[in-house]
Design a protein. Sequence first.
Length: 452
Amino acid sequence: MEPRFFSCSVPDCERPSVRAIGGCDSCNRHLCSAHRSPSLHTCEEPLDDATYVSRIVAEIDCLCARINDAAVCQLASRLNRGKSCTIEHSSKVGVGALMGSANYHARIRFQDGSASWLLRVPRLTSFAVGLPVPLADYLIQSEYATLKFLETTTVPAPRAFGYGLCSNGTDHGIGVSFLLMEELPGTPWTGGGASTDEKAKIWGGLAEIMVELERHPFPKAGSLGFRSSKMDVCAVASDRFVVLTPEGPLASPTAYYTAFAEQYLALIADGQLYTEYPVNAYLVYRFLKDNAAQLAEQDEQAQSPGEFFLKHVDDKGDHLLVDDNLNITGIIDWQMARVVPRREAFGPSLVTADMNALCSGKVSLSADDVALVDALRQKGISTLPNSMVDEKVRRFFWGLALESKWSDALPLANAVLQVFGVDQDWTQWRETALKKYETDERLEGLVQRFGY
């Protein structure tokens, strides 16, 4: 049996809940693919804006009711040389909110006016977020380890002061699992309307940070954690869509890329991902698995093979905090950071992607992709050959982006084929792939259940 985030909440159903989209905050259930069908699940979707906001506010209220504010302040004061403090909660939703897609934040203010802290709490009370306790706990521990590592570098990241887990009784009486960290100055950078010169300043600052990360290689791929109280590369925390179970560490780039695609294949076959078009999705991720070696080739032939580097996985741009002069004051949200091969660490990523092109399936390097590569070379990156500067890694990890409709996923599937050198369109390639993989037992099972 494949690991599952949740089992279906319907009595006597033994199937796994669908990851990412299987939770419903209207009926407070986790549902399998069968019980998510419109004939069986009749809750209104999507929600109108007012209902959505009221649901989020109710979720925050439920989460805050679990937090022992006095225990938070007691711990924060003890960790900050006895300084008195207060905790501020906010139910704000939307722009400027302290809550993200996976975490709620409360602000801790110290009475002496020193820098504020944040209490970062996983959104475990939401069925729709669908974050299981073991994964949430692992993400907290990994982010804490990542931030402690970054404190040994010149990377501007929040200082981490402590964490606690309810599951093992280390929550200090706070009532929820949490991470205590520094709140950094600056505002999130979105890049909207930025001039070429303004972007150049951002890319220059980011390149300096990436060159600093290159100075700290690791011997294997995974995410940072602790073994016997010592920092080490441990299992990969998850992916940016937070649908994968921690796995690893991995000793080679080929093993790393292969493990990513293989877990998607296992989850698709088990009915936990891409339940709307499982056969097509399986074919795409089987193709990606077959091309893992192509991705890894440059890394394994590099001057220093076996080197891996820390990467911020969810680097959409708003992870960068900037001041009024566009100096980068901090990089936040390291929750799913992982240690990756050079090609992924320093090649084109989300921060410079043309998101419209990425989501519509247009294969191309953006002007920002090229500008950041140029900045990296100017700042002294040691090895970044042109053969590593393409869209392959970005497309590999973007995959089908959890699209719920095949019509939206099809352009992404075609882009995956194109970037790895396939000249056929989807229909032609699919026919060939079904024959090529006809001995794959998991694919055969999907075809028998869902047809061609």
